[in-house]
Structure formats: structure tokens, C-alpha cells
Design a protein around this ligand. Structure first.
Ligand SMILES: [Zn+2]
Length: 288
């Protein structure tokens, strides 16, 4: 008699640059086996084919559920991507339905910040905090926050990078004038600088970056009363001094509340781990 292959969970992180697929035997630990890592295809159909090919290559046939983290705003029902500036071909495509019909298992999608928050909430620095947020500093500046009271939890994806800063006349890639992201978004900063952020060694540049981001975080605290923010994304993870300097800039401005900043404990894996956790997270607790 053939031995039945044990069913597994998949967490998939579809980033603007790379896609990573993690295999989880259980959702009770953040430990996963990295099955595949490939360049994210900008064409939706090709991306699905690449994901399928990666699973075929690894002999994965029996799946209990697939959670997907995407760098884009979800439709309200969480079944497709509504807006993804870095992956426009994905917009409006039936992402969840397509994977469900291929694998006959539950499929859940969420914004990468929601997934990152869920990962840090279950296994990382946000564990003890009832009002918390997750901030990603990468191509763009994104965030999600979570409020909890008793057994009631609400996780909300927000456009923190597109809040307006008084006096800012810079045009943002989103079409608005004056967004925070004109000072903190990797893509538009690199376009304006004409070189990569890794080459940005000017102290004044980073001082401005921190000062503007501190305003954005103070606004976040005053609007949501979050008490801790987990910081992640390539810009945060590649700048080890950023956390302390940003904390000082926030402390200087914020009154009547206290915000603690921490690096995401799961680092770049937070969205992938959180994608799998989506499978045990009630959809009614997520505002996409
Ligand atoms: Zn904007």
C-alpha cells in the first residue's frame, strides 16, 4: 500500500523583486523549509506557472492551505489584488480562485504588511502588545496595525506612506502631492537621487529620512494609539543605526503617549511566515 504523503501548509511571499515559497508542517512554529526562490514575474499568468512548476519540482501534491503575501492593496474580499504599482498585471486577476482550482485547498491573500504583522504578532516582537503596527521600508512605505480587546482582534492595512506632510511639494508616484513616501520610498528616492540607496552616504539625507518618517509615525500613534511598531523591509534591515535614531526622533516629537520601535524578529521572513498564519486567521478580523 502506498504511504500517503503528509499534507502541508504553504506560505508564499510575492515581493516586487523575488518570490519565495515556504513549506510548513505545522502553523505552531515559524520554522519552514524554503522550497523555492525565483524572480517574481511581472506577468500574472507566468507567475502562476512558475509557482506551479516550483511545487511540481518539489513533489508537493497534498496541500492543506496556501497563504500568499503580496506587495499590493487587496480587494475588500481578499480574493484578488486591487492595486499593485510594482505588479500592475496582477490587478483584478482571480488570484485566490486560480490557486484554489489548481490545488483544491483554501487559499488566502493579504497585503505584505498584514502578513508581516501576523508573523510578528504570533512569533515575534509584537507578541505581548494589544495595539501594535508593522512598518515596511522598502520600494514603498507600507503599514498595517492591529487592535485587540479580549478575543476581538482587528488588523487593518493602511497607506501610511501616502499621508500628506505639511509644506511638502514633491509629487508622489501615487499621483498626490506631498506624500511621506516622497522622503521614505526606496523607488522614488532612487529615481530622484539617480543612484541606489546603498550609495546614499550623505548624513543629511538620512537625517531628513528619519525626521519625516518620525512625523509619519507620530501621526500613526495619535490616530490609532498603537504602542509598538515592528520595523522591516530592505531599507530598515540594511541600516542597523536607523532604529535608534528613529526612536529618538519620535521621542522628541511625541507627547501624551509612548511608542516603542523594534526590528521585526523574523526579519525578511515575517511576511512569508505571516502568509501561512493567514490560514488560521479569521477573515472577519482583517480589513484589507
Ligand atoms: Zn503618495
Amino acid at each position: 500500500m502506498a504511504v500517503q504523503e503528509p499534507a502541508v501548509y504553504l506560505g508564499i511571499d510575492v515581493g516586487g523583486t523575488n518570490t519565495r515559497i515556504g513549506l510548513f508542517q505545522t502553523l505552531e512554529t515559524p520554522i519552514f523549509t524554503l522550497l523555492a526562490r525565483f524572480t517574481t514575474h511581472s506577468a500574472y499568468e507566468e507567475q502562476i506557472q512558475q509557482m506551479v512548476a516550483a511545487l511540481v519540482e518539489n513533489g508537493i501534491t497534498s496541500i492543506k492551505g496556501i497563504g500568499v503575501s503580496v506587495g499590493g492593496r487587496m480587494a475588500k474580499d481578499g480574493r484578488s489584488v486591487l492595486v499593485a504599482p510594482n505588479l500592475p498585471d496582477y490587478e483584478g486577476k482571480p488570484f485566490a480562485r486560480d490557486l484554489e482550482s489548481l490545488y483544491h485547498c483554501p487559499v488566502r491573500l493579504a497585503h505584505d504588511t498584514v502578513c508581516g504583522l501576523l508573523g510578528e504578532k504570533k512569533f515575534g516582537v509584537l507578541r505581548p502588545v494589544e495595539r501594535c503596527a508593522y512598518l515596511t521600508l522598502s520600494t514603498g512605505t507600507g503599514a498595517a496595525f492591529q487592535l485587540r480587546k479580549g478575543i476581538t482582534t482587528l488588523t487593518v492595512s493602511i497607506e501610511i506612506g501616502h499621508q500628506l506632510l505639511d509644506g511638502n511639494t514633491l509629487h508622489c508616484l501615487c499621483g498626490q502631492v506631498g506624500c511621506l513616501e516622497t522622503f521614505t520610498g526606496g523607488k522614488q528616492l532612487e529615481m530622484r537621487l539617480g543612484h541606489t540607496l546603498a550609495q546614499a552616504t550623505d548624513r543629511q539625507f538620512w537625517a531628513t529620512f528619519q525626521a519625516k518618517l518620525a512625523i509619519g509615525l507620530v501621526n500613526l500613534v495619535q490616530l490609532t494609539r498603537v504602542e509598538m511598531v515592528a520595523l522591516s523591509g530592505a531599507i530598515a534591515l540594511k541600516n542597523p543605526d536607523l532604529l535608534q535614531q528613529l526612536q529618538e526622533a519620535v521621542d522628541e516629537r511625541l507627547r501624551g503617549a509612548r511608542l516603542t520601535l523594534q526590528y521585526a524578529q523574523l526579519g525578511e521572513n515575517a511576511p512569508l511566515v505571516g502568509a501561512a498564519i493567514l490560514l488560521e486567521t479569521g477573515d472577519e478580523t482583517l480589513l484589507h
